[in-house]
Structure formats: structure tokens, C-alpha cells
Design a protein around this ligand. Structure first.
Ligand code: WTA
Length: 699
């Protein structure tokens, strides 16, 4: 099986790399900064009075004990949590059923609930209707909206009724292509209320990518807005949606396109072109009754789909369920961020990604907390934007990605120092390994050495955090996401044998690929209409395990150091991109015969995209062609996937059977030409020197 041996090869390859994998400092070296770690233990001590599980202060030993319990009997552990944290219309009869072998995992079977009811209504019923549920800050710092739980219940109900009026029924997939405005979160909740599955497509995706996701999910409904706004610039979302409708079978499929008109003004013209099937959403919503009874859903009914990149050209539509996902979102939000009454929780991710689903919308609201929605960028109107918001809104938890931290670091200490950030207790990091230098800056300069920095490792597939430290409990080590969260049985597997690594190396470390050996409630249950693909990608790579696709080093304290993906998935500024997707965009150009894409270490983005293209006969290299190719990637996927380097080459390193050896390209772009390994199996070994030369002259 080609795919499997490929993963194995890449795993081995990435583990052997002297830079620790993906341009990050060598984990072996990072481990030497334990001195810094001792210093960062201070907040650990300060935060000791916290009761993250609501049951008295916890120590590392308490964590270890509770963790052991959660692993010994996950079904009992999560059943108790599900009773405590969620309101069920009908109680469930079973905790966990099914297993990884059969791929039939279920949680809380027989239980009936509605996730929107849990996230919104029950807080109103508990007398907290006047509490602010959402604080929205738009692209302009003056564009602020605060929405209470009661207002949220009414607005979500109206949108839910508008969806019903438009023909949306329980089980339908509603594609959501909206900017980061409250209507995005409200639309997600409205879908949950009526039992429709939302499939949010990040507003940075192109018309092609949007069309692909609409048609893959056979989605009959699209919700969009006239425009989005970022960094003072407009994004013509409706025009892009119109273009998507001209692709594939989209137009045939779509029954209604619902348009929020954010910039509507009675005297001016609409900033977009209207099409048949368009519905003016604000008008429709205004006519609806502000109460919509929540649909009764089975615990295992789908809550949403989210498309994510994998090793093939087609993104996978992962499905998350109602009961399990909701519990996991609620649980991890509270524990990882030490959420308490009166907190203002700010996750500045976009709802187009899983982080926005779990930690902007579902997690904070299920906890009855106040969540922050941010539309803009960290540098608009200046690089003090985040810290200015923290000061103005008195934010208590702040959650962002290493790429943003590295970007802001460049502007120096002046910005974070200028603002009062003393309300913050927890700073979070997500999306890629955080390099110790960025961690240190986040901890010392932003957090004034008084906050816990939680390095949260997880994936679209896991629904919520799976490896992370807990404030006041887990000692931090900059660069490590530390220890597994409750109920997560991590395992380090030998990539070839597929069994746990039992022998430590001479440093006492265990190296291998990261897997999880027991089901947890937040795991995605299937890829929509592609269960075989789900099994093949996650559950059947290593029998009896969920395979993350990442490689890891476990140190002598059991701390996890994520090295990077071992499959063909890149992580550019925390955005997950499949190399195959970029390659298929490039070969769509008539002049390109073949393309190979690999990741290259990048100071701010973590990784950037390097593409090698072979032209069809008669075509020649030019700057214009390179620009056309970049634009093509923008058009097919989105601006964030545009390669930083495109090199035209006479051929590619291929085996005699015609398989491109990307690992050789990876070594070349990482300037690791000394460790290329055996190149004699290449059809044309001389190409290696040509490529080394090309890369050297590009830089
Ligand atoms: C990477 C984002 C190291 C990892 C929530 C994973 C991380 C992929 C971390 C999932 C972290 C995420 N440390 N690596 N704290 N968090 N990753 O699906 O490679 O967009 O497999 O989910 O991001 O990306 P995804």
C-alpha cells in the first residue's frame, strides 16, 4: 500500500531531521531551557487557589490522579461530566459504545438534547438573560456590539425561523460563507437550533473552493453577506459567492442564497449583484417571530461539518456530533482556560476554522460565559490592536496563534507595554508549535510574567484540546504542549511497527508518531459521504489507534513536543493546507505539466509554500508565468495558500516508477542537502544538483 509506506517514510524522515522537523528549534535543545521553566512556574503557584473543575484547588498530583481515573474508565468519566455540564431532554442510556476497530464510536447513545438550547436558552431560563453573551469588535475599533443572552436567544430564533421559511429542514447542510460578524455565530447557532448542519467556509477561501465545498456536501443552502471587512479593506463576499455559483453543479444544487446586507443603506445602491434565488436576509429575519422551539436531537446527530485539508487533493468534510462535541467543547474551554464567572473570554480566531467553532462559539457559550468576536487583524490600525482591546474590554483570557505572536514580536515591546493587560489570567496558543522565543515574549512581555501560557495541541478532527497544560496545575515548558488532557490516552508509536515505543533513547526520550488509544467525546465521527476515507486516514493506519498525522517527542517528564505533520499537510500561519490541493491548482494551468509542493520554514508563518513546476513542452519560464501561477492558486484555493517560491524546473526528482520524491525537495528547500540520503533510486539523479542551485539562487 503506497500511502502507508509514504507516511512511514515521511515520519522517519521528519524524526531524523536535525532542525526537529519544520524549521523549529531542535526539541533536544529546547529541553535545555528548563531554567526558564522554573521561572515560569511562578504563576503556577499564584494560580493555585483556582478550582478549574469546580471542586477545590488542584495540584499536579490531583491532575495525575484524575487523569488516571479518566483513562481507566472514559465512559464513566465522561458520563458524569455530560450529566453535570449539559441539559438533556431525554437522559442517555450509555456513555461510550463502539471502538476504533469498527469505526462506530458513539457517545451518550439514547440521549436527546439541543446544543443551541444548551448554549443559549438555559442561561436565559437560569435568570442570566441580561448577561452579555457576545462582545463583537469589528474591523474598526469603534464598531462594537454587545449582545445579551436574551437578545441572542431572540436573534438566533429569528434566523432559525428564517431558515425554516426558506426550506431548511433537520439534517440539511447549510453552507455559511460569512465574515467574522455576530451573524456568523448566530447563524451557526440557528442551524443547531433547527437540527441543520452548518458547514462554515472561511471567508478567505476563493469561489472555486467555496463551490467545491457546496457541491461535496450537496448543500442546498448558502448564507453569505454583501461584504466583509479586514484591515480597512472590503472583501466582496457576495460577488465571490456569485462566482462560485457559476461553477460545478452549484447553481443546480442551491435552492436559496440568503444574503445579510451589512452595508445596506436605503439611499445607496447595493454593493453586489443580485441573482435569482437570492433572499435579502435582514428583511426576512425582521419578519420572524423571535422564538423558535429548539429541535430535539439525538446525541449522535450531526451538529456540523467542517472541511479540512488532508493528503489528497479533496478536502474532507469532518462531521462532529451534538452531545459528544458539545460536552468536549464545554469541558475543555473551562478547564484549559480556567473559565470563571464574570470572565470575558477572547479567542481571536475566525469561525471559518475549528478554533472559532469550539472556542469562539460553542465552548464559551455552553459555559454561560461572555465570548469575544473579532473581525480585524492584529496589526490594524496598528500592532497594538490586541492589547488595546484587552485593556478596553477587560479581557480575562486571550487566545491566538504563534504566527500572530511572532508577527507582533517584530514590532517590539512597545505595544504590549503601553496597555494595561492586567485583567488577563490565561494566554493561549494554538495551531502550530510555539517556538520558545515567541513563548517567552508572550509570557514575559504580554503577560508581564503573571499569566499562564497554555499551549493547546489539537486538530479539527479532535473537536477540542487533546494535549495542553492547565493553569495553576501543569508546570510550563516553553515549546511543549505538555501533558494530555483528561480522557485522552496519548501513545507514541513506532511509525513502522505501529506499536508503542517502549525503549527510550539515550536522553530518556520517546520519539514516534502521535496517536490516541481510546475514544473521547469530541472526536469527529466520520467524513461526510466518505466513511471509508475516514477509516483509512485516522483509524486504520495504526490498528487500535486514532492517528493524528503528527510526530512527537515525549521527554523524561512525559511532556509532549510536537514536531510536525508526517503527511502531506502544511501549516502556513496556522492554516492547514494540503500540498495536493496546491499542486492540483498549479497543474490546472495549461503551461504546467507537473507540480510538486513542499513546506519551507518561515520566520513568521511557521511554514511557507515552495512549489516546483515542470512545464509542458514548448513553454518557457517567465516572471509573468510565475505570477499567473500565484494568481491561479489564489483563485482555486485562496490568498493564504499562495506559494512564496515557485521554481520552474526541467524535471522533478522521481523514482523510476514515476513517483515524485517530495522528501528530497523538502530537504533541498530546508538547505539540508547533506542529509539527502540515497538518491540513486531516482530516474535522473543529476536533477538534484540543478534544484539545489535553483533554490540557492532564489534566496
Ligand atoms: C498543528 C487547529 C503544535 C498540528 C486547532 C495539528 C499544533 C494541526 C498545535 C491541526 C500546538 C495545532 N502545537 N502543533 N499547540 N496546535 N497544531 O486542524 O500539526 O487546523 O495536526 O486544527 O495543527 O490543525 P487544524
Amino acid at each position: 500500500d503506497f500511502e502507508l509506506s509514504d507516511i512511514e517514510m515521511k515520519a522517519l524522515d521528519s524524526l531524523n531531521r536535525p532542525d526537529g522537523g519544520w524549521g523549529l528549534p531542535n526539541p533536544h535543545e529546547i529541553l535545555d531551557c528548563n531554567k526558564m521553566t522554573e521561572k515560569s512556574l511562578a504563576p503556577h503557584v499564584i494560580a493555585k487557589e483556582i478550582a478549574p473543575l469546580g471542586e477545590g484547588a488542584m495540584s499536579l498530583d490531583d491532575y495525575k490522579q484524575l487523569y488516571a481515573q479518566s483513562i481507566a474508565d472514559p465512559s464513566a468519566f465522561w458520563s458524569a461530566e455530560a450529566q453535570k455540564r449539559l441539559d438533556w431532554f431525554t437522559p442517555f442510556s450509555q456513555g461510550l459504545a463502539g471502538d476504533f476497530h469498527a469505526g462506530d464510536v458513539t457517545w451518550f447513545a439514547g440521549g436527546k438534547l439541543n446544543v443551541c438550547y444548551n448554549a443559549v436558552d438555559r442561561h436565559v431560563l437560569n435568570g442570566n438573560g441580561d448577561q452579555v453573551a457576545m462582545v463583537f469588535e469589528g474591523d474598526e475599533p469603534t464598531d462594537i456590539r454587545k449582545i445579551t443572552y436574551l437578545e441572542l436567544q431572540r436573534k438566533v430564533s429569528q434566523i432559525a425561523n428564517a431558515l425554516k421559511m426558506s426550506g431548511v429542514r433537520k439534517g440539511d447542510v447549510v453552507t455559511v460563507y460569512l465574515p467574522m460578524i455576530p451573524e456568523l455565530a448566530m447563524t451557526m447557532l440557528a442551524c443547531a437550533r433547527i437540527g441543520a448542519l452548518h458547514s462554515v467556509v472561511f471567508a478567505g477561501f476563493s469561489a472555486e473552493a467555496l463551490a467545491q465545498r457546496i457541491s461535496a456536501a450537496a448543500s442546498k443552502f448558502l448564507i453569505t453577506a454583501d461584504q466583509g471587512r479586514r484591515g480597512g479593506k472590503s472583501i466582496p463576499l457576495k460577488d465571490i459567492a456569485n462566482a462560485a455559483r457559476e461553477k460545478l453543479d452549484c447553481e443546480e444544487l442551491l435552492e436559496k442564497v440568503l444574503v445579510f446586507e451589512r452595508f445596506y443603506h436605503p439611499e445607496s445602491e447595493l454593493p453586489y449583484e443580485r441573482m435569482p434565488k437570492d433572499v435579502r436576509m435582514d428583511e426576512l429575519v425582521a419578519e420572524q417571530r423571535p422564538y423558535c422551539p429548539p429541535e430535539t436531537m439525538d446525541s449522535e446527530d450531526g451538529l456540523f461539518l467542517l472541511y479540512t485539508s488532508g493528503s489528497t487533493g479533496k478536502p474532507k468534510g469532518l462531521m462532529h456530533t451534538s452531545g459528544g462535541y458539545a460536552l468536549y467543547a464545554a469541558f475543555t474551554t473551562q478547564n484549559t482556560f480556567d473559565l470563571r464567572e464574570g470572565d470575558l473570554f477572547a479567542c481571536v480566531a475566525d469561525c471559518g476554522w475549528i478554533t472559532g467553532h469550539t472556542y469562539v462559539v460553542y465552548g464559551p457559550l455552553l459555559n454561560g460565559s461572555t465570548t469575544f468576536l473579532f473581525e480585524s487583524t492584529p496589526v490594524y490600525p496598528d500592532p497594538g490592536r490586541y492589547w488595546d482591546m484587552v485593556q478596553r474590554h477587560k479581557i480575562t483570557q486571550f487566545y491566538t496563534a504563534p504566527t500572530a505572536i511572532r508577527l507582533l514580536m517584530r514590532y517590539g515591546d512597545e505595544y504590549p507595554t503601553k496597555y494595561d493587560t492586567s485583567t488577563v489570567r490565561v494566554l493561549g496558543s494554538v495551531g502550530e508549535p510555539i517556538n520558545p522565543e515567541a513563548f517567552r515574549w508572550y509570557f514575559e512581555v504580554v503577560g508581564k510574567s503573571k499569566c499562564t501560557v497554555v499551549d493547546t495541541y489539537w486538530q479539527t478532527e479532535t473537536g477540542g484540546h487533546v494535549v495542553t497544560n492547565f493553569p495553576g496545575i501543569t508546570p510550563m515548558k516553553p515549546g511543549s504542549c505538555t501533558l494530555p488532557s483528561y480522557g485522552i490516552a496519548t501513545a507514541v508509536l513506532d511509525p513502522l511497527a505501529g506499536t508503542p515505543v517502549t525503549e527510550p533513547d539515550e536522553k530518556g526520550h520517546y520519539e514516534g508518531v502521535l496517536a490516541i488509544s481510546k475514544p473521547w467525546p469530541g472526536m469527529a465521527r466520520t467524513c461526510i459521504n466518505a466513511h471509508q476515507r475516514y477509516l483509512k486516514t485516522y483509524l486504520h493506519v495504526y490498528k487500535g489507534y486514532y492517528f493524528t498525522g503528527d510526530s512527537v517527542i515525549l521527554d523524561q517528564d512525559g511532556y509532549h513536543w510536537i514536531i510536525g505533520r508526517v503527511d502531506d499537510v502544511l501549516n502556513v500561519s496556522g492554516h492547514r493546507i494540503g500540498t495536493a490541493e496546491v499542486e492540483s491548482a498549479l497543474v490546472a494551468h495549461g503551461a504546467v505539466a507537473q507540480a510538486a509542493v513542499v513546506g519551507q520554514p518561515h520566520e513568521i508563518k511557521g511554514q511557507s509554500i515552495a512549489a516546483f513546476v515542470m512545464l509542458v513542452e514548448g513553454q518557457s519560464e517567465s516572471e509573468a508565468l510565475v505570477n499567473e501561477l500565484k494568481n491561479l492558486v489564489r483563485k482555486e484555493i485562496g490568498g493564504f495558500a499562495s506559494p512564496d517560491m515557485i521554481l520552474v524546473t526541467p524535471s522533478l526528482p522521481m523514482t523510476r516508477s514515476g513517483k515524485i520524491m517530495r522528501r528530497i525537495l523538502r530537504k533541498i528547500v530546508c538547505h539540508e542537502v547533506d542529509s539527502l540520503g540515497d538518491t540513486s533510486t531516482l530516474a535522473d539523479p543529476s536533477i538534484v544538483d540543478v534544484l539545489i542551485e535553483k533554490v540557492a539562487s532564489f534566496n
